[in-house]
Design a protein around this ligand. Sequence first.
Ligand SMILES: Nc1ncnc2c1ncn2[C@@H]1O[C@H](COP(=O)(O)OP(=O)(O)OP(=O)(O)O)[C@@H](O)[C@H]1O
Ligand SMILES: [Mg+2]
Length: 345
Amino acid sequence: MSLNAHRRVTHVNHALLRMLNPAVGDMTTPRSLVGADLRMLYPQEVLEDLEPLLRRADRMGMTTSQLEMALPRAKLNVAVTVATLQHEDTRLGYVLVFEDLSDLLKAQKQAAWREVARRVAHEIKNPLTPIALSADRIRRHLERGTRPDEASLKIIRSCSESIAGAVETVRTLVDEFATLARFPASQPQPASLNTIVENALSMFNGRLDNIQVRTDLASELPHVMADPEAMKRALANLMDNAAEAVQNSMVREIQISTALLASRDAVELVIADSGHGVTQDLKEKLFLPYFSTKKRGTGLGLAIVNRIIEDHHGSIRVEENKPVGARFIVELPVAPEAIGTASAG
Ligand SMILES: Nc1ncnc2c1ncn2[C@@H]1O[C@H](COP(=O)(O)OP(=O)(O)OP(=O)(O)O)[C@@H](O)[C@H]1O
Ligand SMILES: [Mg+2]
């Protein structure tokens, strides 16, 4: 698409029209859009994303960015390049190139999923071997026909223990996998985030003994949209990580706080620790499935957290904590009924 200096359309091609349909309607032709204002083509949110690009192009001549464009019937991932057209000192207009990346990203996601499924299948096979061997050993032992004596009881007991242990491993694995695969999907409903935090903390009784856990929960926090069970799981994962991160620190401290954002439409939950922190280049990878720097980590913890927060239409990010450590910041939308009012909790 090209625009004149007043940002009116001077040219649109058919490919862009297809991308924009049905927003502009089937009857629209490239010719009929000449002279149109950008506002005729894109919803407000997209315009707000494009505006900074146009301004950056004004300054730098050309700029490229990747956007998620929410069009009326589809959400597209597009790479947008904006270049200014200039003749000597006169600004003539802009050329905008939109490249639809949706299919590419979808293919990448599918490939990632196949990889996850392959690895989970592989991990599930490991504990199955001791299960099968133990069961076999019990069967053979009983087939010999002798009444269970002390020795037999010992074997039966140890085999059943190892069966139970291995089954537990498989179950955890499948549970985590299921969470990752959005099963069961979170069902956000108006809930008190402070209560969820308290419930999550109570799951840790005893395990945070050598760590000073401080909470700073805002009073009069409005309800957020949250699935209490799912959010509790997310919090538990964040707490787990924080507890592990501070293990070798001089000061072992975790601080959990909640607060209403100034915009009043979202609540912020911060889990800050005094641990070893996260380096800049790790920040990008933490939330990917199977990324772990721990010897015994599955690397699924934060991927699950990320998925749960996504289900809640919230966001999560990691920052440096002052003076040391990491801060994970979760934002959750305030329940619609609570916007404007502040209910206790
Ligand atoms: N609070 C934190 N401080 C410093 N690094 C962290 C923190 N939380 C997570 N990380 C880093 O992010 C990585 C990924 O975390 P994630 O919870 O996904 O997996 P994990 O903790 O390694 O394994 P699992 O959760 O299965 O035990 C960790 O290995 C660690 O390097
Ligand atoms: Mg973890």
